[in-house]
Design a protein around this ligand. Structure first.
Ligand code: BG6
Ligand code: MG
Length: 213
């Protein structure tokens, strides 16, 4: 099968910002007296900012919050998160990831991002990868979180490709589900490598080159 495009999840695939999300949410949760730990943080992978807040608020025992109050909390978290992202640099991306992206381009494969984050562009700029992407589909152009396929379908559309001509690279089961729901071919890395619906199992990032030989 000759695939024409590849759509990458960002967090956990290209960069590792989980720790920054955790620190930022932890600060906010502590201030509000809400219990929050790494396990709850794990549930936030691939989930939009506002949906993440709803998960955190499952442990909130205060009076119900208005939408406006929730927006203020989410913005506060994002400001702390953005501050932490400032420390990111090209050194936060491995040579293997950078070289594989370049080689995929050399082979004529179109590359898009498919991330739920509204900070995706900012992150790709900080790590100096933005020029290797033909398209960016991120939290700014979607209304539904993974496992809904919207972010990947938009990625394929931005590349001018049909979903079935695209491979999606994901580290989260919800992302693999999203790829399948969108009619794309999921490659799983990390935790998603052994997910039941993963089509291509990646032991390491450069294994992607085997799919595009
Ligand atoms: C995803 C992360 O990439 O982006 C989630 O895995 C995060 O944990 C989501 O909640 C939204 O991120 P942002 O940057 O728009 O707050
Ligand atoms: Mg991920």
């Amino acid at each position: 099968m000759n695939y024409k495009g590849i759509i990458f999840d960002l967090d956990g695939v290209i960069v590792f910002t989980d720790k920054y999300h955790y620190q930022a949410w932890k600060t906010v949760a502590d201030e509000m007296g809400i219990y929050f730990d790494e396990q709850i943080n794990h549930r936030l992978r691939g989930v939009s900012r506002m949906d993440s807040l709803d998960i955190i608020l499952e442990r909130y025992e205060g009076a119900p919050l208005s939408q406006e109050e929730k927006n203020v909390i989410a913005e506060k978290k994002n400001n702390i998160y953005r501050e932490l992202l400032q420390t990111m640099s090209p050194a936060d991306v491995t040579d293997e990831v950078r070289d594989t992206l370049k080689e995929l381009r050399n082979r004529g494969i179109k590359i898009s991002l498919g991330s739920s984050s509204k900070n995706a562009k900012f992150i790709l700029e900080k790590v100096e990868l933005i020029d290797l992407f033909d398209a960016i589909s991120d939290g700014t152009n979607i209304t539904r979180s993974k496992p809904d396929p919207e972010v990947f379908l938009k990625g394929a559309e931005f590349l001018g490709l049909n979903p079935e001509d695209c491979v999606v690279v994901e580290d989260a089961d919800a992302g693999i589900e999203a790829a399948v729901a969108g009619g794309m071919h999921p490659a799983g890395i990390g935790e998603a490598r052994d997910y039941v619906k993963t089509e291509f199992k990646l032991d390491t990032f450069s294994d992607l080159l085997k799919i595009f030989e």
